[in-house]
Ligand binder design. Sequence first.
Ligand code: SF4
Length: 266
Amino acid sequence: MEDEYLGKYIDVFSVKPLKEGFGATTAYIAYALDKNEIDGAIVVKADENWEPKAIVARNSDDLRASIGTKWVITPMVDAIIDALKVERLEKVAIIGTPCQCRVIRDIKEYPMQLGDVINRIKLVIGLFCMGSFTQDGFKTMVERKFGITLPEIKNAEIRSDKFIIRLINGKIIEESLENVKKDVKFACLFCDDFTARSADISFGNAGSESGWRSVIVRDEYAYSLLQSASRAGYLKMKKLNPEGVNEIIRLSKEKMERAKRNESLI
Ligand code: SF4
């Protein structure tokens, strides 16, 4: 199927992680690692100051360091070269924002210096994205808007039209998404891809109830892995209801319109 806002896809699901301590995306990757479907996954971990670093996860323990959305864009090229050329992994998954998935797809089509090793990337996993921050930008925003410091934050997520920050002390801060969007990186204001249309499979909060994640499946292999992970008890899956799909479409459309509006201004 093909949709103007969702891109090419096979089906849309809602999934709930069942693996202790893992999110939906990491439970899916953990299954692929545990069953040797992949021998490494390039994921992002962040320290207490939200300084992001792309790492090559070789097993579930490595993956634990990457759980939770990072709101700071992370260069991945070094980790990709490390995985493919230094560690010489044969079956690699990459998890990234829609823009990063697009770059991977382009490199796969035009490998240049990377040559055939790029074909060892077996799975491109996208994350829904409305925008990200530079590390300095994120730091300034939370200090200025909410009066908190980065080490105080446990996690942050978008739910419906809210940006929700959970602090280590248990406090929850909610801000309208509209207010937070003003602080994203300049380039994000021109980006029209919410659901990672170039990925093999895309994960995100939008459209699903709390504790569940929406999943757009675009590739047969990615689909078979999702079904196997569900059968193996790593996650529970069900079809996403029409209201959920419409919510994803609404946000995709909003992002496309924002990009068009901003392009017309320059
Ligand atoms: S909004 Fe677009 S450019 Fe910005 S991080 Fe997300 S995918 Fe990349």
